[in-house]
Design a protein around this ligand. Sequence first.
Ligand SMILES: NC(=O)c1ccc[n+]([C@@H]2O[C@H](COP(=O)([O-])OP(=O)(O)OC[C@H]3O[C@@H](n4cnc5c(N)ncnc54)[C@H](OP(=O)(O)O)[C@@H]3O)[C@@H](O)[C@H]2O)c1
Length: 307
Amino acid sequence: MRGRTCVITGANAGLGYESTRALAHQGGEIVMICRSGERGEKARASIISETGNPDIHLLIADLSSQEDVRQAARIINNRWGKVDVLMNNAAMVLSKRILNDDGIEMQFAVNHISHFLLTHCLLPSLVSSPHARVINVSSRNHWFGKIHFGNLTLKGTYQLLIAYAQSKLANVLFTNELDRQLHAHGIDHVVTHCIDPGRNLTDIGLKHTNRLHTWVWKLRRKKAQHPAEGARTQIYVATSPDISHLSGQYWVNMNPDVSAPQSHDPDAARKLWQISEVMCGIEDYFRPPSGTIIEPTVKPEAPAEMA
Ligand SMILES: NC(=O)c1ccc[n+]([C@@H]2O[C@H](COP(=O)([O-])OP(=O)(O)OC[C@H]3O[C@@H](n4cnc5c(N)ncnc54)[C@H](OP(=O)(O)O)[C@@H]3O)[C@@H](O)[C@H]2O)c1
């Protein structure tokens, strides 16, 4: 990964931390996007000390804030100008229905909207790479998901798993629609994939949950794998030279797999895309905030050997 710039959201814990660690070991330059300066710095220091790779950077952004997402992207576009891997990994689960400042339900905002917006804002840097990969970390839970188009904030019907599954289905629909849109715009050197990392021993279900949900998550994760194991799929999809020709795939256990039938509904994907654009105030997804019009101007070169 030497010479490659990788942006990873939620990089200080769980699967994001393990992905950052692995890509750092492979010599990549990593931009960690984390919400806590303290936790982010601790993770960054530990990865630098373990790997000896000094090119690990920290950007603080609360992904529930669109302004924070735009600001992080501005910094990356200005300072690096080229992103080879964008790993949209961060997520949260909440027992309580909370709306962010834009009136968007929190799991939908952090797990889907922030990554939809970050990818849009980073397009100038993604197209500047000879071969860029956008990796969206979803979950097997998307199989139980439905996009509640008439009631996206789940007013009156909110439950942790309904909201989580909706947001994780949005990750797969976004991947499929992004793949279609990139092709339609002739941007074939930016590819996108979606990941199911399996069940992992992380704290995701302990942070914003009530006693019952905390107890259930502790019980569920007893049979979970270590996140270093679970992160193997997103690391493989970020780095493997063998899959450079693929895009729009759903990956489980380092193999392409089948996602749920509702994730293949092109009307739902388009509708979700349009609603997400409105929620982010985006007029044209391929005209990012800098005013740059994204056209396939970068001559794709054969992707260099990666690992
Ligand atoms: N664990 C599993 O079994 C499992 C299964 C299927 C899919 N997944 C998916 O895997 C991905 C990683 O989850 P994980 O299990 O590794 O969870 P995790 O250990 O809780 O890590 C999530 C990361 O996202 C960050 N984050 C949460 N809210 C944020 C916000 N508002 N702004 C910025 N960063 C935020 C967290 O920061 P803090 O450290 O500050 O909280 C943390 O760094 C998620 O997309 C999840 O849906 C996990």
